[in-house]
Design a protein around this ligand. Structure first.
Ligand code: HEM
Length: 186
């Protein structure tokens, strides 16, 4: 038989259990909301940023920066060579923005970094080292050439706002490949 005292005790226990249940539910709700917020923030193409293009890990440098930076790079590169007595004699007379040299360089770099294959459509396989065999390229010529190429890259980056990761990829390529063009020991 239930006494008044034990009934009160029961009610107390019930209220404590209720508080505990409400507390647990509250905690679950908070954790749930936190997880939802975290998932929304991390999702690359979530509803909150549906105006942004999806992140694409495999996008080429060309996909990320477009054609203009390569045009500027090629133009600035040959503008530098045009006034450099260490290199000038090796190159054709016309190194202006509309010259064949600038076009070759622009199309080659564009193609190499994932853009339209215009260079190869026009000239066939690049065979870059083979095409350079007709010129005497020693370490000094390579260093002078690279100086202009990197300066041109900096200028293009400043003009077009090339992202740092793309700049780094292009820079690495210019450094590595120009070293590979050396065909004369002096
Ligand atoms: C990343 C390194 C280099 C790249 C991507 C590159 C790219 C090119 C391209 C695409 C051409 C046109 C070839 C053709 O289609 O006929 C070319 C020509 C030429 N390159 Fe390079 N080159 C590099 C390094 C060098 C170096 C280190 C030198 C030495 C100074 C050099 C000197 C020349 C010369 C003299 C020509 C011929 C100029 C002309 O006819 O327009 N290149 N280069």
């Amino acid at each position: 038989m239930r006494t008044t005292r034990s009934f009160k005790q029961d009610r107390k226990l019930e209220r404590a259990a209720d508080r505990c249940y409400i507390g647990t539910m509250h905690l679950r709700l908070c954790v749930g909301m936190f997880l939802l917020a975290a998932a929304t923030a991390c999702a690359p193409n979530s509803m909150t940023d549906s105006n942004q293009p999806p992140m694409n890990e495999t996008a080429s440098v060309y996909d990320r920066i477009g054609a203009a930076p390569f045009a500027t790079l090629a133009e600035r590169h040959y503008a530098g060579i045009d006034t450099d007595p260490r290199l000038r004699a090796m190159f054709p007379d016309d190194l202006s923005a509309s010259s064949q040299s600038v076009r070759d360089m622009r199309e080659f770099l564009t193609q190499f970094f994932g853009g339209p294959q215009e260079y190869s459509e026009r000239k066939g396989h690049p065979r870059l080292r083979g095409r350079h065999m007709g010129f005497t390229i020693d370490q000094a010529a390579r260093d002078a050439w690279l100086e202009h190429a990197l300066k041109a890259l900096d200028e293009s980056a400043a003009q077009h706002g090339i992202p740092a990761s793309c700049q780094e990829e292009i820079r690495e390529y210019l450094i590595r490949t120009s070293q590979f063009m050396i065909n004369t020991e002096r």
